[in-house]
Structures are given as structure tokens and as C-alpha cells.
Design a protein around this ligand. Structure first.
Ligand SMILES: Nc1ncnc2c1ncn2[C@@H]1O[C@H](COP(=O)(O)OP(=O)(O)OP(=O)(O)O)[C@@H](O)[C@H]1O
Ligand SMILES: [Mg+2]
Length: 623
């Protein structure tokens, strides 16, 4: 037997776990999505349906008691009841006794009414419990799935639209399941029972009444497609409107700074109008649908009353049967109309399920590797190329960062510097080439472990609307006051925090709006330093800090780095010049590399930028 090397076994494990992962990835169909969302609430829905059965049966009994009273107790029609009912009447003392004590029949109606009320209470309670727990499960599943989706998915999708799908569409599905789907059982029972009673009373009249059912179902089916189409338009327009509102609230500073309020207002109003128009169109189609339904129902009731009256006048129908028949017919009208409604609501829910399915079926980031090697070794980029949506941004990039050394990256905007770091952190998935740390391919390293061990200060630091202390300690479960003091001092943030009225407990506002750009960057640096990671990346992290503070932080940082491997990305040569090795990136390629001295000697882009920045600094000094 050929013994596999450690590397081969690792790769085998990776492939195995990838294929297992592939099998685990769920692809929901419309119905399986609904079944998944119903997980945990099915029992309550079942109870609600059972209670609806009780309610319906009780409701059905009342016309029977009235018909019996009119025809056999008050009138003298021949009795034609089931043996069970006959023995019950016998036990109560016979029809004569009932005629003398009408209160017994009134009490029977009262008891039936009581059970009916009980059925209604259980039905509503169980339904509320089921639908709320379904909502809880839906929101939880969507949110946790969103957390697992790759950064590339989030960068392609709009936040406002995602929020609309997670709220409005969730609500549409809840309404459909709790109000429509559960009523289907009740509707079917009501229709069957009414028809059964009607057929047992008068076949001809029952056939006339039943003829209207296929007509209602037929036109509801025709309307279904139209309703789905118009509702989808409404839903999509709502998504766009949410995105505009959300972007405007997030970008309020830009809007104000550029005096674009009027433009943005107009943009919002235009979309608002589109959305309103879509709803008006949708309501118009619903109105036509309901109006034609009402018309058909009215014609049906009228037909039954007229036919019943004619049959009664000819002596083919007793008064009691006529009253009961009309009651059952009116009981049939509601469920048949409701069945039409279920069909129309089903199309709305179908649109919402599809919109949520688009999120739930998006492939999550696979944590398909398990290796947890030491990350203090050399970082090697080998022939790395990357393209965003087929637009190449990195082309055949190869370089090595010695473990424990400092690498500086300089380059024009859009050269691909941040993309390189996203690839290292596996925020983006490598397409061509390889990246290894200490000889281990990053695709073999457990993704969570890798990210925990790469401290990255993003180019645009994001702060949460929590206190400044919470923002710094967010990467750690437990932080000692000493650690907190150490990192804030290194990031030159201690004085700023001391100057704040509530120190570490000062709220920073949404996305850190109450802090200056430099303060935000320094908070992000302190947050990353607390991570104590063996690899630290600073992506243009001191761009908003003045030159003096920049120098001070660099000095303090260099003491903090210890044995960590550091990548400094900057447009300022002063920030990078002390690095052990410097890369100069240009249009997705490495244009030059070496240490500060070598690069100056090369007389290329680096030396030109250095000359420009030095002259600029000199002229500012002279001013
Ligand atoms: N999510 C994205 N989708 C599509 N294109 C993108 C995306 N992110 C970046 N790009 C493009 O990729 C290129 C490289 O971007 P990158 O952010 O890596 O540049 P950079 O060197 O960090 O620039 P800067 O110095 O301005 O930060 C740019 O042309 C940019 O437009
Ligand atoms: Mg960048």
C-alpha cells in the first residue's frame, strides 16, 4: 500500500469535505421552502385546524336544529332522521315533550354555540402561536443564512431590497399560511358538509347551487396569474424604494454636503409614485376579481331563493327545508368565495416565497477545510489573478512576505491592493494561482481560524452604533482593562477617549457618525490590535490621520508588532519607507519591488512618487 504524504491526505480531506458540503447545500423548491418554514409550528397549525373543525361542525348543527324544530316540533312533517338522532329525541322524552319544553332546544343551541365559541378561541390562539413562531423561524433562518453568505454575494445585492425581502415578504407568507392555508381545511369541510346536507334535502336545488362552484374556481384560476404578475411588480418596486430610502439615510452626509436633497427627493418621489401606481394597478385587478366574485355569489343566492320559492309554492319543498337549504346555501357562498381568495393569495405568497428563496438558495461560504496551522510563517502569493464579474483586476501577481517581516504596498487607486488582502482573508475566493501561509494553502485552512488569525483594518472601517468600548472589544469575548488601555494607547486613541464625556461608554452613533475620520480609523486599529493576530493588515488605515500622529502611531505600532507579519498599504511613502520589503502595484501587476533604498535607486514610479511627496511636504513646511 502506498502511504500518502501529509499534504496529500490534507488535500483528500479537503475534496471529501467539499463534496460532502456540496451534498449538504439545500436547494429549496417553493413547497420545500414552505415546509422548512413550517418547522416547529406545524403542531400549533394542526391544533388550529382541529379547532376549526370543531367550530365548523358546531356551526353546521344549528340550521339542523332549527329545521327540526320548525318541521317536526312546531310543524307536523314526517320525521326522517338518523337512528342516533331518533334515540336522542326518545331519551329527551319524544317530539311531544320537546314541543312542550322548547327551552330544551334553546339550550341545545346554546350548548352548540358554546362549543363553537370554544372552537373559535382555540383556533385563533393556536393560529396566532403558530404564525408568530413561524415568523420567528423565518426571520432567524434568513438572518443566519445571510450571515453565512460570502462577501461577494453581499457586494452584489442591495441592502434595502434584502431588508424588504426579510420583512415585507416574510409578512406576506405569514398572512397566507395563517389566514389562507389553514382555512382551506375548514373551507373544504364547509363545502362538503353543506353540499351533503343540501343533496340530502333536495337534489335538484343542490345541483343548481353546486354549479356555481366550478365557475368561481375557474375565474379565480384565470385571475391568479394576473394577480401574481401585478403583485411581483409591487414587491419589486417596494424593494427599490427601500434601497433608495436606506441609501439616503446611510449617505445623509454626502447628500447634504453636495446639496443634493432636491435631486434625492425627486428620485424618491419618482420611485414612490411608481410603487403607488403599481399598487393601484394591483388593487384594480383585485377589485375586478372581487367584484365579479360578489356578482356570481349574488346570482347564486338569488337563483336558489327563486327556485326554492317556486318549488315550495308547488309543494315540493317544506318550509323548514327551505329555511335550512337557504342557510346551507349561504354557508356555501362564503367558503367558495374564500377558496377563490386562497387561490389569489397563493399567487402573492408564491412571489414572496420566490424572493426569499433567492436568498435561501444562495450558496453559503463553505467552511470546507479544517487545518489550523501556525500562521507565523512566510506568506506566498503565487501567480494570483482575479477578476470581478469578468473584469480582470489582478494579473499573475507573485510575491513573498517573510514571516515576522513588514511588507509595504504602494500603488495607484484601483491597482488591486485591497483585493489582494481580501483574497488572503478569503473574503474573496481565489480563482487562479495560490496563496500559502507557512507552506499551507489557505484553501486548506479553516476559514474561521484563518480570519481570527488575520487582523485586518479595513480601508473603510465600520463602527456599530454601540459604545466606543464595545466597538473596540467586539473581536474578543473577554478583555482585561489593561489590554484595552494598551491597544488604545498604541492606536493613539487614549487621549481622545479620556476627552469624551463618558469615556469608553460614549455612544458612537450609527456607523460611528459622531467620530472624526481619524478617530474612526484609530478605533478600528485598536480593535484589530486587541485580536493579537500573527498577521496584521493595515489597509490605508492612517490616511485620515495627520502626519505627526501617523508617525507616532507607526512608532508605537512597530513596538507592538513583535513577531507578527505585517502588511501596510498606503499612498504615503513615509508610512511605508521603513518596511522590510515594498511592492509597487500598477493596474493589477507588480511594477516594482524592493526596499526603500533599492526602489529609490531604480528611479521608477516609486522614486517619482517619493520626489513628488517630498517636494509637496517641503513646500507645506515653507508655507
Ligand atoms: N466588489 C467589486 N465589484 C466589482 N469591481 C470591484 C469591486 N471591488 C473593487 N472593484 C474594482 O477592482 C479594482 C481594484 O480595486 P481595489 O479596491 O483592490 O483597489 P485598491 O488598489 O485598493 O485601490 P485604492 O487605493 O483606491 O484603495 C478597481 O478597479 C475597482 O473598481
Ligand atoms: Mg483599497
Amino acid at each position: 500500500m502506498v502511504k500518502k504524504s501529509e499534504g496529500e491526505t490534507d488535500i483528500d480531506n479537503r475534496l471529501l469535505s467539499t463534496s460532502m458540503k456540496k451534498k449538504e447545500i439545500k436547494h429549496y423548491t417553493k413547497s420545500s421552502m414552505l415546509v422548512f418554514f413550517l418547522k416547529g409550528s406545524k403542531r400549533w397549525f394542526a391544533l388550529s385546524i382541529l379547532a376549526a373543525f370543531l367550530l365548523t361542525s358546531m356551526e353546521m348543527l344549528i340550521p339542523q336544529i332549527i329545521s327540526f324544530t320548525v318541521d317536526h316540533v312546531l310543524g307536523s312533517e314526517e320525521m326522517d332522521v338518523s337512528p342516533f338522532v331518533a334515540s336522542l329525541i326518545e331519551k329527551l322524552g319524544g317530539v311531544e315533550r320537546l314541543a312542550d319544553s322548547l327551552w330544551i332546544l334553546a339550550l341545545a343551541i346554546g350548548i352548540v354555540g358554546l362549543f363553537s365559541a370554544l372552537g373559535k378561541y382555540i383556533n385563533m390562539y393556536a393560529n396566532a402561536k403558530a404564525s408568530e413562531s413561524m415568523m420567528l423561524h423565518m426571520r432567524k433562518s434568513i438572518f443566519s443564512h445571510l450571515q453565512k453568505l460570502p462577501y461577494s454575494w453581499h457586494s452584489k445585492n442591495q441592502t434595502g431590497d434584502i431588508i424588504q425581502r426579510s420583512t415585507s415578504d416574510v409578512d406576506t407568507i405569514r398572512n397566507f399560511v395563517s389566514e389562507q392555508l389553514t382555512s382551506v381545511f375548514r373551507i373544504v369541510v364547509l363545502i362538503s358538509f353543506s353540499l351533503f346536507c343540501m343533496f340530502s334535502m333536495h337534489t335538484m336545488l343542490a345541483i343548481i347551487s353546486a354549479c356555481f362552484i366550478p365557475i368561481v374556481l375557474g375565474y379565480s384560476t384565470i385571475f391568479r396569474a394576473k394577480i401574481a404578475h401585478y403583485f411581483e411588480e409591487c414587491d419589486e418596486n417596494e424593494g427599490v424604494l427601500s434601497t433608495i430610502a436606506q441609501e439616503n439615510l446611510t449617505g445623509v452626509r454626502v447628500v447634504r454636503a453636495f446639496g443634493r436633497e432636491a435631486y434625492e427627493k425627486e428620485r424618491f418621489e419618482k420611485q414612490n409614485q411608481h410603487y403607488t401606481n403599481a399598487w393601484i394597478k394591483f388593487c384594480r385587478i383585485l377589485n375586478i376579481f372581487w367584484m365579479s366574485g360578489d356578482l356570481i355569489s349574488a346570482i347564486q343566492v338569488m337563483t336558489i331563493i327563486v327556485s326554492g320559492a317556486i318549488l315550495g309554492a308547488n309543494g315540493q319543498l317544506t318550509e323548514g327545508t327551505f329555511i335550512a337549504f337557504v342557510s346551507y346555501n349561504s354557508m356555501l357562498v362564503w367558503p367558495v368565495r374564500q377558496l377563490g381568495r386562497v387561490l389569489s393569495e397563493m399567487s402573492k405568497a408564491g412571489v414572496s416565497i420566490d424572493r426569499i428563496r433567492a436568498i435561501m438558495n444562495a450558496e453559503p461560504e463553505a467552511n470546507d477545510a479544517t487545518a489550523t496551522p501556525s500562521l507565523s510563517g512566510d506568506i506566498v502569493f503565487s501567480h494570483v489573478s482575479y477578476a470581478y464579474e469578468k473584469v480582470p483586476v489582478l494579473e499573475d501577481v507573485s510575491f513573498t512576505v517573510k514571516g515576522g517581516s513588514v511588507l509595504g504596498i504602494l500603488g495607484s487607486t484601483g491597482a488591486g491592493k485591497s483585493t489582494l488582502m481580501y483574497l488572503l482573508d478569503r473574503l474573496l475566493e481565489l480563482e487562479q494561482g495560490s496563496i500559502t501561509i507557512g507552506g499551507v494553502d489557505i484553501r486548506d485552512i479553516d476559514r474561521v481560524y484563518l480570519r481570527k488569525n488575520i487582523g485586518i483594518v479595513l480601508q473603510e472601517p465600520y463602527l456599530f452604533s454601540r459604545t466606543i468600548g464595545e466597538n473596540i472589544t467586539i473581536t474578543q469575548d473577554h478583555t482585561t482593562p489593561e489590554d484595552l488601555a494598551r491597544v488604545t494607547e498604541t492606536a493613539c486613541l487614549d487621549d481622545t477617549i479620556e476627552g469624551m464625556t463618558e469615556g469608553y461608554d460614549t455612544m458612537v452613533g450609527e456607523r460611528g457618525v459622531t467620530l472624526s475620520g481619524g478617530q474612526k480609523q484609530r478605533t478600528a486599529i485598536a480593535r484589530m490590535l486587541l485580536q493579537n493576530a500573527p498577521i496584521m493588515i493595515f489597509d490605508d488605515s492612517l490616511s485620515a490621520v495627520d502626519a505627526v500622529t501617523d508617525a507616532k502611531i507607526r512608532e508605537l505600532l512597530s513596538r507592538h508588532f513583535g513577531s507578527a507579519t505585517v502588511v501596510l498599504i498606503s499612498h504615503r511613502i513615509t508610512t511605508l519607507m521603513q518596511a522590510d520589503h515594498i511592492l509597487v502595484m500598477d493596474q493589477g501587476k507588480i511594477a516594482e519591488e524592493g526596499c526603500h533604498k533599492d526602489l529609490l535607486a531604480q528611479g521608477g514610479i516609486y522614486s517619482q512618487i517619493f520626489a513628488l511627496q517630498s517636494a509637496d511636504a517641503q513646500s507645506r513646511k515653507e508655507d
